[in-house]
Design a protein around this ligand. Structure first.
Ligand SMILES: Nc1ncnc2c1ncn2[C@@H]1O[C@H](COP(=O)(O)OP(=O)(O)OP(=O)(O)O)[C@@H](O)[C@H]1O
Ligand SMILES: [Mg+2]
Length: 133
């Protein structure tokens, strides 16, 4: 089965000054199969968050290839690929108090994110459902 996400030799280096570069991620490989829940485990500062941020293109990766649903999402992105990436991949931040409305059930917050990334028609449909909730 083709992986949903395939990361090959991903590197994310941060140049701090001309003498010092932080190699936050330095050549990692992994893939995630459809339906698989994948956990990335490592000590603090080992590059887990940077890996996620690079994949979703908050950073431009220093090196490596990232394939998502068969599309290459590393390197220069076309407008269409960028839209595909940002409507099909989401980041859930580490601090639940900062990313979820604690007075509401968590799925309400998830649905809100989906509404903003789906088509206008689907958005209207979802908003109608929302008023019922
Ligand atoms: N923008 C940046 N510029 C320079 N160094 C950075 C930057 N972002 C992250 N780093 C460094 O990269 C390394 C990896 O950080 P990262 O936040 O990815 O680790 P982490 O595994 O998510 O840690 P934690 O478990 O504490 O969340 C750390 O040494 C961090 O200081
Ligand atoms: Mg982290």
């Amino acid at each position: 089965m083709e992986p949903i996400l395939d990361v090959k030799n991903l590197k994310q280096h941060f140049k701090v000054n001309r003498n010092f570069t932080v190699k936050a991620v330095d050549g990692i490989d992994f893939y995630i199969a459809p339906g698989e829940t994948y956990g990335l485990v490592g000590e603090s500062g080992s590059g887990k968050s940077t890996t996620g941020r690079s994949i979703i293109r908050l950073y431009d990766p220093t090196d490596g290839t990232i394939t998502f649903c068969g599309r290459t999402i590393s390197g220069k992105l076309s407008k269409e690929d960028r839209k595909f990436l940002h409507t099909n991949m989401q980041m859930i931040f580490q601090d639940p108090m900062a990313c979820l409305i604690h007075a509401k059930k968590s799925w309400i917050s998830w649905r809100k994110a989906l509404i903003f990334t789906t088509s206008i028609q689907a958005r209207k449909r979802e908003q109608r459902k929302f008023t019922i909730c």
